[in-house]
Design a protein around this ligand. Structure first.
Ligand SMILES: NC(=O)c1ccc[n+]([C@@H]2O[C@H](COP(=O)([O-])OP(=O)(O)OC[C@H]3O[C@@H](n4cnc5c(N)ncnc54)[C@H](O)[C@@H]3O)[C@@H](O)[C@H]2O)c1
Length: 610
């Protein structure tokens, strides 16, 4: 049996990868070396506790003696190196910890592999020819993209945070061990991962945790930073392909062409949460709040995984929506149960007192190294983990009740909201049974008028969507420059974004409405033609003069009616869309805009009087 060393296997990607890998290869024995910093948790691996081909070693990748012992004791033939300090925000507060683990730790591992696998540079020991060292890195080493373009394996390195700089340094060390010693290495650089077991500090768990606790959901800056989201199991499969089929010395970048801005992602999650766990207080997206941007925050990451797809035949399997839905469900089990209990016991968002603290190191796991406290653990993070753990234990007691509540909620969500146009449709459908030409023409004119109105509504909802968003961005920019207080800017931006959500909902409904009307319209046109033809045939038969003039006249009259109706509707619509004068006034004040002038301009534009 071949022994493979997995570092950082108790973390987010490590635990998902380890579980997947162990299941795929019965000929491998996996040794998980993890320091269990605040980011590592053996709970992530509790399903493997009784697995004979798996063992856990509590230790530091920087510990050279330990590495030497592990390589010879287990005769390690492969390494998948995931251990790292991985949170950008922490790297800003404490860059030293990142240099230590990510740079020195990677160096110690490479050197241990070199000593154990090679007789001399470019001379692998006999029987060690199939050894492989896969270094797992990030796309953040490439820095930031503009609005277009993609990272490829050829993109120049330009790290901007201490985290990405430390990962870039480790990538270079890996490269150097290939070129200097012929160590059989591979590097992967992947985009943002999501999925179960991610630490609470990261974006997606934070959105879900804050939302279900009914607390503000913090989004950096203006929320426009773009990330390419990769499901963690698809990542595990990519690592499997690279480890087994990748060309030694090469780099493979992993992504899914699934770009989302942070604000889009937050809203998407909130929408799914609204469906999965509706809350009586309103939509979760009402809780989104912008916070001061992170320094050096990269604007956009996007990946072109053509090399991985072309050379190794990898392709992301799960579509974003179902993967995200599964992920949310996993975190709901983790967080919402807790919140149900909290809400039930006291109508406050305060967390319950710490009662129970779990033993992280389970008895049957191999302890090859005395436990070491992480140098990098942050008190706040540790406290939070403890709190969550305590809450989870309490939570188990209320699982059943919550499942019951959730079932009731989902029953509620399955009821479709009433269609606001249902009455109109049945009236229009009635026209289709009219044999009288004049009645049928009236129906056609009405449907036509509705269609024009719907198209106008659609356009103006689209405009409102863009308008609210661009105003929110302008306000956040002013806050960044210190021209408006963050708190005030946040409030206004959130109100505008709520408006934007309403507009987007209007866009969706109106689109469906237009499709329905187009269908009715074409049926009505056919119906009118059928009556006209029947009339013509009848007139021919009884030799009556053609009455096309009369018909034209009726149509002209209808067209005129239509126009008047549309115009009055438009005025009505503008009057209705307008009111939220208080918000309008505040936004205009904040942006220094003359509201009256703008309103007049807008009205003129809408009426085509520009
Ligand atoms: N999460 C992402 O979206 C993402 C994206 C691109 C690349 N990556 C890379 O993938 C790898 C795994 O990321 P993750 O999100 O699972 O990280 P994570 O923070 O969830 O887990 C890191 C694990 O490494 C362990 N660890 C930290 N320092 C150690 C040390 N000195 N010795 C031994 N173990 C130590 C921690 O205890 C933890 O279990 C990292 O190398 C990261 O740079 C992650």
């Amino acid at each position: 049996m071949k022994s493979i060393l997995i570092t950082g296997g108790a973390g987010f990607i490590g635990s998902n990868f380890l579980t997947y890998f162990l299941d795929q290869y019965s000929e491998y024995r996996l040794i998980n070396l993890d320091l269990l910093t605040y980011a590592g948790d053996l709970e992530n691996l509790k399903d493997l506790e009784h697995e004979k081909r798996y063992s856990f070693v509590h230790g530091d990748i920087c510990n050279k003696e330990l590495l030497s012992h592990l390589f010879s004791h287990h005769d390690i033939r492969g390494v998948v190196h995931l251990a790292a300090e991985s949170h950008v925000d922490n790297s800003i507060k404490d860059p030293g910890a990142f240099v230590r683990t990510n740079v020195e730790g990677t160096f110690a591992l490479l050197d241990a592999a070199r000593k154990h696998w090679l007789d001399a540079p470019f001379a692998l020991k006999k029987g060690y020819e199939d050894c492989r060292f896969l270094h797992v890195s990030t796309d953040e080493v490439y820095g930031s993209l503009g609005e277009t373009g993609f990272f490829t394996e050829k993109t120049r390195y330009a790290p901007n945070s201490p985290y990405s700089a430390s990962k870039a340094s480790s990538d270079f060390l890996v490269r150097s061990y290939f070129h200097t010693y012929g160590l059989p290495v591979l590097t992967s650089n992947c985009s943002n991962n999501f999925g179960p077991r991610q630490h609470d500090e990261k974006l997606i768990p934070t959105i879900i945790r804050k939302a279900t606790a009914r607390q503000p959901i913090p989004i950096y800056g203006n929320g426009k930073n773009v990330r390419d989201w990769l499901y963690v199991i698809d990542h595990a499969k990519a690592l499997d392909s690279i480890f087994h089929k990748g060309k030694l010395g090469e780099t493979y970048i992993i992504g899914t062409r699934n770009e989302r801005t942070n604000i889009e992602l937050a809203r998407y999650i909130c929408r799914l949460l609204d469906k999965l766990a509706p809350h009586q207080a309103g939509s979760y997206s009402d809780l989104i709040a912008f916070v001061e941007d992170r320094p050096g925050h990269d604007h956009r990451y996007a990946i072109d995984p053509a090399k991985l797809e072309g050379e190794l035949g990898w392709k992301a399997e799960l579509d974003f929506e179902s993967a995200l839905q599964e992920t949310i469900q996993w975190y709901l089990n983790k967080y919402q149960i807790i919140n149900t209990k909290v809400t039930k016991e006291a109508p406050t968002t305060d967390k319950p007192q710490k009662e129970v603290k779990k033993d992280k190191n389970k008895e049957n796991l191999v302890q090859e190294q005395p436990s070491q406290a992480s140098q990098n653990t942050e008190n706040t993070a540790e406290d939070f983990v403890e709190e969550v753990e305590a809450e989870e234990v309490v939570a188990e007691e209320v699982v059943e009740e919550t499942l019951h509540t959730r079932k009731r909620s989902s029953e509620k969500t399955q009821q479709e909201p009433p269609n606001p146009y249902a009455q109109d449709y049945s009236r229009y459908a009635n026209f289709l049974s009219q044999e009288d030409l004049e009645e049928a023409l009236e129906g056609l004119a009405e449907i036509k008028a509705s269609l024009i109105r719907a198209r106008k509504n659609y356009e103006s909802a689209q405009e409102n969507d863009k308008d609210a968003e661009s105003k929110a961005i302008m306000i956040m920019r002013k806050a960044e420059k210190g021209e408006i207080a963050w708190e005030e800017a946040n409030k206004l931006a959130m109100q505008l974004l709520r408006k934007q959500e309403q507009a987007q909902e209007e866009v969706r409904t109106t689109k469906k409405h237009i499709a329905e009307l187009e269908n009715l319209h074409s049926k009505m046109e056919q119906h009118v033609d059928t009556i006209k033809n029947a009339r013509k045939a009848y007139r021919k038969k009884v030799r009556m003069p053609d009455s096309s003039d009369t018909i034209d006249m009726i149509e002209r009259m209808k067209a005129k009616v239509e126009k008047d109706e549309i115009l009055s509707d438009l005025y009505e619509q503008i009057r209705r869309a307008g009111p939220d004068p208080e918000l309008e006034r505040k936004v205009n004040d904040a942006l220094g805009v003359d509201a009256q002038k703008e309103a007049l301009k807008d009205l003129k534009k809408k009426l085509g009087l520009d």
